[in-house]
Design a protein around this ligand. Structure first.
Ligand code: ATP
Ligand code: MG
Length: 255
């Protein structure tokens, strides 16, 4: 099983949107995929019914050694894609004082998912690299960093890379997939130039070729908690996230 964390220092850059659509792309490709919501705000859970907010999830698993992964998996309409909602017990993150058992619970989670035959685990994290996100990154195989295509946004990118490089001391396995630009507005020079500026300050292999454009479909889909590709007129989005999936696979050495 390959675990990919979707993380960024800044909030609102498109992490959850990328996580949902990327998990959908892997599922569509036939990879048995789990999308884990490790953000205590629980945005991925929006995709479910209101009752889903009451479901146990990721934080309950971390909190309670009795909880088994099988009981947390929520099926979706796609047989190869299931979700683990954030759950109820997010005190661990709110207090900022993770218990010493967290790392071992995360290893168990990884092991149980792998035993269930899961191929790909996508973890949507909260903004910032502390608390639960740092723990997730300490056991992930790879990290992808969505970044909004606007000039102020990229200021945080070098810091993020520095922090991730430090994190590789704790987790030498961690592959830094790099930045995926989101909400690109091709008609705005400021937005286009952000891409160029990013490529100028970062090693080229640290910026994904696939760029996610700003589009209304993402907003309407997000309100419904759905992958944008399943919405009417979503074919281009499906193709786009397939390209991102293939890029990630080749960086991870799948193909
Ligand atoms: N490509 C896009 N085009 C248009 N709107 C987008 C796009 N990507 C994300 N959005 C919108 O921007 C907002 C923030 O996106 P999202 O929730 O994915 O970011 P996030 O990084 O997960 O935020 P947070 O840090 O709060 O978890 C949402 O309302 C979402 O619908
Ligand atoms: Mg989010």
């Amino acid at each position: 099983m390959v675990t990919i964390a979707i993380s960024s220092q800044k909030g609102g850059v498109g992490k959850t949107t990328v996580a949902i659509n990327l998990a959908h792309a892997f599922g569509r490709n036939g990879n048995r995929t789990v999308l884990v919501d490790a953000d205590p705000q629980g945005s991925v859970g929006l995709s479910l019914t209101r009752q889903s907010r009451l479901l146990a999830g990721f934080y309950d698993y971390i909190d309670d050694a009795e909880v088994k992964v099988g009981g947390l998996l929520v099926p979706t309409r796609m047989q190869t894609l299931s979700l683990i909602p954030a759950g109820q017990a997010s005190d661990y993150d709110l207090n900022g004082t993770p218990s010493s058992g967290v790392a071992s619970r995360l290893r168990n989670l990884h092991g149980e998912l792998a035993d269930l035959g899961i191929d790909i685990c996508i973890i949507d994290t909260a903004a910032g690299l502390f608390g639960a996100t740092a723990d997730v990154l300490s056991m992930a195989d790879a990290v992808l960093m969505p970044q909004q295509a606007e000039p102020l946004g990229i200021r945080s990118v070098p810091k993020m890379l520095e922090a991730l490089t430090r994190m590789r001391i704790a987790n030498p396995r961690l592959v830094i997939l790099g930045v995926v630009l989101t909400m690109m507005q091709e008609h705005l020079p400021e937005s286009r130039d952000t891409g160029k500026a990013l490529r100028a300050i970062m090693p080229p292999e640290m910026v994904m070729n696939t760029v996610v454009p700003r589009g209304d479909l993402f907003v309407t889909a997000s309100a419904r908690g759905l992958p944008a590709g399943v919405m009417e007129g979503g074919d281009e989005v499906l193709a786009l996230f397939d390209r991102l999936r293939i890029e990630i696979e080749s960086r991870l050495g799948f193909i």
